[in-house]
Design a protein around this ligand. Sequence first.
Ligand code: GUN
Length: 292
Amino acid sequence: MQLLDGKYLSQQIKQEIAAQVADIRSQGGKIPHLVAILVGNNGASETYVASKMKNCEEVGMKSSLFRFDTSVTETELLDKVRAINNDPDIDGLIVQLPLPDHISADKVMETIHPAKDVDGFHPINIGRMAKGLPAYISATPQGVLEMLSRYNIETAGKHCVVVGRSQIVGLPMSILMQRNTYPGNCTVTLTHSRTKNLAEICRSADILVAALGRPEFITGDMVKEGAVVIDVGLERVPDATKKSGFALKGDVKFDEVSPKAGFITPVPGGVGLMTICSLMQNTLKAAREEIY
Ligand code: GUN
């Protein structure tokens, strides 16, 4: 078994990004600027956004956070998004999900200008990604592709099983893995909560992407010997032995699955760190107007 080491890779990628930002700075160019909008005080969202801001700072990018109380109206939030769309100093905008029930996430995503949509959630970016056109690709699936590619994992002709059909991860992952490029050219099965014979389908996977958001759901008996196992899950599970009161768990039961896997991502230290790198790579592309 070989560990797919997100910590090592993300450090390498951050150095590459930092060098590119330094180049821009030395040439007197505009420093890439990422803005995050955070509504309410969901603990996990706070942690993710803080980490995104900190990583931007570490590579020399500019980052700003706009916070709103849970009581913010949809109109107020959309007005802020439109103001950011029109601000030439801002290259990329993310609105951290989930949003409160009275705000339509779809409406918010559709209001972000596609050229600033570094999360890749706008229907135009999803459509362009599906067609293989230049697009911002959702950060987590892009991080997984980067991981497969940097470890030179063969994907052509392989059976890739994606567990979970979220708009952010499962769906784009399934589209990306079937595309006619590397990493891709897989035969893809997208599974979800209504899938019959899930364990059997998972056992037929050469590449298994677990993105359903249920701690330790994928057990040893669901994995083929030598499979590449990508764990996208990151859940907080109550744990009285921890100072924080919770432990972080992935969707894969690591102790059972790792002895069978050819490659496997740990949690934490796997896909999560790659996600932040992809977001920064997208912000760099936005500043350089590489996509639009
Ligand atoms: N919530 C969970 N993951 C994400 C993400 O990648 N982007 C945003 N904006 N919100 C999220």
